[in-house]
Design a protein around this ligand. Structure first.
Ligand SMILES: Cc1cc2nc3c(=O)[nH]c(=O)nc-3n(C[C@H](O)[C@H](O)[C@H](O)COP(=O)(O)O)c2cc1C
Length: 201
């Protein structure tokens, strides 16, 4: 099989319109290890088991992110669904990197039973312990057992990507687009390198 090349723009646009047909929720991912805490916003978090007593999630985290190192170190993470009014948490966790800042500064966080940072007023949270991992080049894909969780007393609809962009002020929308462009460039280089290593001779 020849190596996969990046797609031409017409096909990429057509595929993008398929992705635009659904609206994924935003997850706030947190993790702690070695006295450090961190977190980020992720759309790549999916329920991976229908067995009520063996719940699982799959999470994809880019390897350049601060939170990635904390998940690697602790072997787990917590996931939170946010209310539609919690854009402040997206700006706090999704736009800056914890490599240089403490994203929890001034935030009243608690701790999950699994030892991960818990955002108290999230709509819902899940405590996750990694069972397996896959290196996809740009990301690590974690298959995780969900070991605990909870919901707010009045849990409404969660914040989604479309809801975020609709509610974001112009300046933040520009920052979001810049983040997608920057992370996408880093990811593209990593995927290309991964494919070069994984192409059958
Ligand atoms: C809407 C949205 C979705 C995102 N989805 C993901 C994702 O699924 N996986 C990921 O690794 N990063 C994702 N990111 C990027 C990280 O949240 C962002 O780069 C963050 O600043 C990384 O923080 P850290 O370096 O402190 O871990 C997303 C960002 C936004 C705004």
């Amino acid at each position: 099989m020849p190596p996969l090349d990046p797609l031409p723009a017409t096909q990429a646009d057509a595929i993008g319109r398929v992705f635009d047909l659904y609206d994924p929720p935003l997850w706030l991912v947190t993790a702690a290890h070695g006295g450090r805490r961190g977190g980020l916003i992720a759309t790549f978090a999916v329920r991976a088991s229908i067995v009520a007593v063996m719940p699982r999630m799959v999470l994809g985290i880019a390897k350049q992110h601060h939170t990635w190192g904390l998940i690697e170190g602790s072997g787990g993470f917590a996931l939170h669904l946010l209310g539609r009014d919690r854009l402040d948490l997206v700006w706090r966790f999704g736009l800056a990197s914890g490599h240089g800042t403490d994203k929890f500064a001034g935030l009243a966080a608690q701790t999950t039973p699994g030892g991960q940072p818990l955002i108290p007023d999230a709509l819902g949270w899940l405590d996750c312990r990694c069972e397996a991992r896959l290196d996809s080049g740009d990301r690590t894909l974690y298959l995780a057992a969900v070991t605990d969780g909870g919901t707010a007393a009045e849990a409404g609809a969660p914040l989604t990507v479309a809801g975020l962009f609709a509610a974001a002020p112009p300046e933040q929308r520009t920052r979001l687009n810049a983040l997608y462009a920057r992370d996408g460039q880093v990811d593209a280089v990593a995927i290309r390198a991964w494919r070069a290593d994984h192409t059958a001779p």
